[in-house]
Write a protein that binds this ligand. Structure first.
Ligand code: AKB
Length: 319
């Protein structure tokens, strides 16, 4: 494998911290530079780290000039729920940040760029069950609008500037190593923490709200597989549908109860219910499967067992 030099922007977040670990394992610690606006915290302290604010384009250009990266993973973003409370901030970070990165990548000859889109790019009139790769996209959140616009920018940079930019439309990502912040699917992470620490959880979505989800191990695998795939296998230059599973809050609660019988869930839907109701319930990811062999490894039962085992050990260690 040719030696890569990789920049991760927004490495301190839920996805960034685990993706940085995966990249360090694949490409060697010395070849991965993690950056964020603060830190390094947790796993990021064990490797190269620099402070970098993607909204300072001159600094970004300087950083790329100095370091000669071959790949950029640009993950800094405001998620759906926070975006509805801070729409201007969400638009600025999600949109300007992406364009600065794409521009800097072209300017400095970066070979590949990764940028995450989301199921939030779909909207209320999108086909909700087995949402296809190509379909109506009418997002109603600022986050979703920024993701749809971002997909179009990525495709534009590929067509007009020849930049090898690749993307996945992530469903809700569920991990236990770092908590998410400000998303609508965050309940599916919080529920495991609360099940172990308090044996109860008050859910901000209704019991029967189905959403597409994916275990973090699968998300890291999907991302690295996409980025390692030969360019001629990538037929989608906006963003690929991918999914791991679909479930609703009462189903994840039932799965947790199998291992923690005293666990209780209650429901108090808030503004995030409307966001969830505007998104697909399940995703058709056949194009990713055909193009570069995507296949998830975890279903709800396997994920729950893995998280409860590992998280209880982690919580005991930190107690
Ligand atoms: C969110 O809930 O905002 C994110 C997403 C689905 O992109 N997890």
């Amino acid at each position: 494998m040719a030696k890569e030099k990789i920049l991760v922007i927004g490495a301190g977040g839920q996805l960034g911290s685990e993706l940085t670990l995966g990249l360090r394992k694949l490409h060697g610690k010395e070849n991965v530079m993690a950056t964020d606006i603060k830190g390094p915290e947790g796993v990021l302290a064990d490797g190269n780290f620099e402070i970098l604010d993607v909204l300072m384009p001159e600094k970004l250009m300087e950083f790329l000039q100095k370091n000669k990266f071959t790949q950029i993973y640009h993950l800094a973003a405001v998620l759906s729920a926070t975006g509805e409370k801070n729409p201007w901030l969400a638009w600025k970070l999600n949109m300007d940040g992406l364009i600065y990165v794409l521009d800097a990548a072209v300017e400095h000859g970066v070979e590949k760029v990764y940028w995450p889109s989301s199921i939030a790019a779909f909207g209320p009139t999108t086909q909700k069950i087995k949402t296809p790769q190509d379909t109506i996209m009418d997002p109603t959140t600022i986050y979703g609008i920024s993701k749809l616009a971002g997909e179009r920018w990525c495709e534009w940079y590929f067509r007009k500037k020849g930049l090898d930019v690749r993307s996945l439309r992530y469903p809700g990502l569920i991990g236990y190593k770092t908590k998410p912040g400000g998303g609508t699917t965050d309940y599916a992470v919080d529920i495991y923490f609360k099940a172990l620490t308090e044996k109860k959880y008050e859910c901000f979505l209704k019991h029967d709200t189905y959403l597409p989800m994916m275990y973090m191990d699968d998300a890291i695998k999907a991302t690295l597989d996409l980025m390692e795939a030969p360019a001629d296998k990538i037929s989608v230059r906006s963003s690929y549908n991918v999914t791991g599973m679909s479930f609703c809050p009462s189903e994840i609660a039932a799965e947790i109860k199998k291992q923690i019988p005293e666990f209780k869930i209650t429901y108090k839907p808030d503004f995030r219910q409307a966001i969830a109701d505007s998104w697909p319930k399940s995703i058709n990811d056949s194009v990713a499967r055909i193009d570069w062999g995507w296949e998830p490894a975890f279903d709800l039962e396997e994920m729950t067992t893995d998280i409860l085992n590992n998280l209880s050990r982690l919580l005991a260690l930190n107690a």
